[in-house]
Design a binder for this molecule. Structure first.
Ligand code: SF4
Length: 715
């Protein structure tokens, strides 16, 4: 087994939405055995310039073949790929013939590559005729998407990572970036060191690792964010920071938004349950800082009013003209590596490809013609919670789940279990052979993993990077786009899915984005429609929109700044202020359920731990799940640190969730925190999302996963 070759490739970390570039060395022995022998950060990658967090640094330790699904299986029996495809095709066809296209659904993932996402959307929306394709990104950033669309007429992220370093004020809202987006947090730390005048405000009910960098922490009452930003809008309107010229020339609806935001500082303080002095300090910082970024994440999005909360933030940037300029803007950060890529190709049930709208007849006709669709979805499909409701009530008969573990991540686990039990067909494509969701699969399909997948991902600042296939897929594992394309052929769609390489899908996505459409809102990506295999393979990370039509990814400079000309993508090219009437969380405390539960990620784990749980190194930081609470609250229950407690909500029984207590004095009294990660392999009693109801934002459908009402009892 003498070493015969070593090759270094550039690829992308598969965990969070920062999208860090990594450099990996692949070694091959004379007998053809491949291994990943070295990994480090890619110094040339503009997201991370060589830095990696602990999850990224330990990627190679989570990349072994243990627990890999290697062969297609039907009802526990190994089958060939053609048999698996035929089985699913027969079932899908029978169901569609009897109940219509909307009786089948796909539930996919921000872990998919853009090419995978494109293929599954094209199949469902353009060939099967259903828009029932939703994604776990619904749980992550769909409220941010809806808010951008309401304000700007389009889902556009108006900032980039350099803005985080070139600002005067960074407002972090509902984000523990130090743990969830560590490389961005490091960039913030460095920026503050270089510019001690820069100010950082952290708005979060829970003081945490991120608060340590903040000059000011606002530990607001959970769910009260919109009051805070309505009050800020009111304060801006009366200050020198009000940009009347910008508001008059480039926006709609300021007066209506202001009239619903007329709160005094004292009223804001009362709603947010913090002192008025702190509120005023924050407002003064905002109006006195020439540049400001509002950086927000799941603490805003995962709410029954997430869209309104995001719009209340955007309103403040519009009123102060802090948008479309360096170091300014409302910056929503995605959780997953390719939530953004999914957005570009229509990964959400209410979107068509290339940011076109499923309810817009012109868009629909355009996409239908481009795809040569036999049938195109007529209206928006089922969003995640509704999709599983429809499985439970029998309206949807078959679901195909790709690269996600909804049993652990979705709220109301008991309902998800009932829904999957009721389904006539559950297909799961995954890397692993066992997880909570796979236990309910009739058909299991082996998909390729990070080191084998080949395609593109788009990070939070909308930078497209290549994820490169480094290793030959093991067993019979196939790429997700390949599985969908071959299945489409088995369904009889011979044309339209004869892809042999992801570059062809990428080129088609680029061509569709520019089809009959030279508007810059489609990002000039059509320049890539004739991309050669060589150029695709050598693609460097780039941000879009590209500077001009005809620019290529290798002729960077980076994109121009969106909205720098004050033009937005609404009909009259003005941004919309949205009047916000703040709503409290739906899952409110009561005598029976007196504690508020907040959830989030730990520093060293990822999602449901199917990968990060593989290495002990990532358990060194925190090795077990806990319920974090204040000592005073624990004392009321006569429990102390380390003691096990039963936790229940209106959705669960007490025996289902059982965790040890951890004392955390940085929490608000009456509130608790628990991590989201633990799955059945590690501790099923720590599977926390089951405590949450189906409460969700009425516009985005994003579940309220930051605010449950729970009861805690001594075990
Ligand atoms: Fe990977 Fe995110 Fe860490 Fe970067 S910050 S190395 S993308 S987990």
């Amino acid at each position: 087994n003498t070493l015969s070759s070593e090759k270094t490739s550039h690829t992308t970390c598969p965990y969070c939405g920062v999208g860090c570039g990594v450099e990996v060395t692949v070694s091959e022995t004379e007998s053809g055995q491949q291994s990943l022998s070295h990994l480090e950060g890619n110094r040339q990658h503009p997201a991370n310039f060589g830095q990696l967090c602990v999850k990224g640094s330990n990627l190679l330790d989570t990349n072994d073949l243990s627990n890999r699904l290697l062969h297609p299986m039907i009802e526990g029996e190994r089958v060939s790929w053609p048999d698996a495809y035929q089985h699913i095709a027969d079932k899908f066809t029978a169901i569609i013939n009897e109940y219509g296209s909307d009786a089948v659904a796909f539930y996919v993932s921000g872990q998919l590559l853009t090419e995978d996402y494109y293929a599954v959307n094209k199949l469902a929306k353009g060939y099967l005729g259903t828009a029932n394709v939703d994604t776990n990104s619904r749980l992550c950033m769909s409220s941010a998407v809806s808010a951008y669309k309401r304000a700007f007429g389009e889902d556009i992220v108006p900032c980039d990572y350099q803005d985080l370093e070139n600002t005067d004020l960074l407002v972090l809202i509902g984000s523990n970036a130090a743990w969830t987006h560590p490389i961005l947090f490091q960039r913030m730390e460095k920026a503050k060191k270089l510019n001690p005048e820069m100010r950082i405000v952290h708005v979060d009910p829970r003081a945490n690792a991120t608060s340590s960098l903040a000059d000011l922490h606002l530990g607001i009452k959970p769910g009260s964010d919109a009051y805070l930003f309505n009050g800020l809008l009111n304060y801006i309107s009366k200050s020198h920071a009000f940009d009347r010229a910008f508001v008059e020339s480039h926006t709609n609806g300021f007066d209506a938004a202001l009239s619903s935001a007329s709160l005094s500082i004292e009223e804001v303080a009362s709603h947010c349950d913090i002192d008025a002095k702190t509120v005023k300090q924050f407002y003064e910082l905002f109006v006195s800082s020439p540049k400001a970024i509002s950086f927000y994440s799941m603490g805003i999005n995962q709410s029954n009013s997430g869209v309104d909360k995001a719009n209340s933030i955007i309103n403040c940037h519009l009123a102060s003209g802090k948008i479309g300029k360096e170091g300014c803007g409302p910056f929503s950060i995605t959780g997953q590596p390719n939530a953004m890529g999914g957005r570009e190709v229509g990964g959400l049930a209410n979107m068509l490809a290339a940011h076109m709208d499923i309810e817009n007849p012109t868009h629909k006709a355009r996409v239908k013609e481009f795809w040569q669709s036999p049938t195109i979805a007529e209206q928006g499909g089922l969003k995640a919670v509704d999709l599983f409701d429809s499985l439970e009530n029998g309206k949807v008969k078959a679901v195909w789940i790709m690269a996600t573990n909804p049993l652990v991540s979705m709220p109301n686990r008991n309902k998800i279990e009932r829904a999957l039990k009721k389904a006539e067909l559950v297909v799961v494509s995954d890397v692993v052979s066992e997880n909570d969701t796979l236990a309910y699969a009739h058909v299991k399909l082996p998909a390729t993993a990070w080191s084998e997948k080949d395609g593109t991902v788009t990070n939070s600042e909308r930078r497209v990077s290549r994820q490169r296939g480094l290793l030959i897929p093991p067993g019979e594992a196939k790429h997700d786009w390949q599985i969908i394309s071959e299945f489409a052929q088995a369904m009889g769609f011979k044309e339209g899915f004869n892809y042999t390489h992801p570059s062809q899908i990428y080129a088609e996505h680029a061509a569709l984005s520019g089809y009959e459409n030279d508007d810059e809102r489609y990002f000039n990506i059509s320049a890539h429609k004739n991309i050669s295999l060589n150029t695709y393979n050598n693609m460097k990370p780039y941000r879009w929109p590209l500077p001009e039509v005809g620019a290529t990814q290798n002729s960077l400079p980076d994109s121009k700044r969106v909205f720098s000309d004050g033009k937005f993508y609404t009909e009259n090219r003005r941004a919309n202020f949205i009047p916000i009437d703040p709503r409290i969380p739906e899952q409110c405390t009561s005598d029976d359920y007196p504690f508020v539960l907040n959830t989030g990620r730990l520093r060293d784990q990822w999602h449901t731990m199917t990968r990060t749980g593989k290495t002990g190194k990532l358990a060194q930081h925190i090795s077990e799940s806990s319920i974090y609470m204040r000592a005073e609250d624990a004392a009321k229950l006569s429990v102390s640190e380390g003691e096990w407690v039963h936790i229940s909500s209106a959705m669960s029984q007490a025996e289902q969730v059982c965790l040890p207590v951890k004392i955390d004095e940085k929490l608000r009294l009456g509130t608790c925190f628990a991590p989201i990660h633990w799955n059945q392999t590690f501790a099923s009693s720590a599977s926390i999302a089951r405590l949450f109801t189906d409460a969700r934002d009425p516009l985005s459908g994003q579940p309220e996963l930051k605010h449950a009402a729970i009861k805690i009892e001594k075990s």
